[in-house]
Design a protein around this ligand. Sequence first.
Ligand code: NI
Length: 138
Amino acid sequence: MSKITRFGISMDTKLLEQFDSFIARQGYSNRSEAIRDLVRSRLVKEKWQDENQQTVGTITIIYDHHKRELQEKLTSYQHQHHDLVISAMHVHLDHDNCLEVMAVKGAVSTIKKLADEIISAKGVKHGKLVMSTTGKEF
Ligand code: NI
């Protein structure tokens, strides 16, 4: 485990009240844990600016399974990029809709490009790329 450093933070009382109310709603047990998460989240966001950075994440999509070409297209994307898509989960949501979550790993630029291609495919109703971190860097 890495070394822990304690430090004090000065903050406007009103801002702190709002922060305390926010962390209570989020379910944090203390300010330190909440601040650590916020800092990590901000650092991860900054890392994504570096297109060569390695990242892990998920691409989540909802699509109409009646669009046959789309299902083939999605499978084809996953085969073409088998080095990036490390796992996938498919859920038959209802009569018309499928939910698919793909776990991805690779350079930020290639992950973003793949996600854009998948999310913008005709028949995809909603899609989102979430990039994360193993926490090793932070
Ligand atoms: Ni399905």
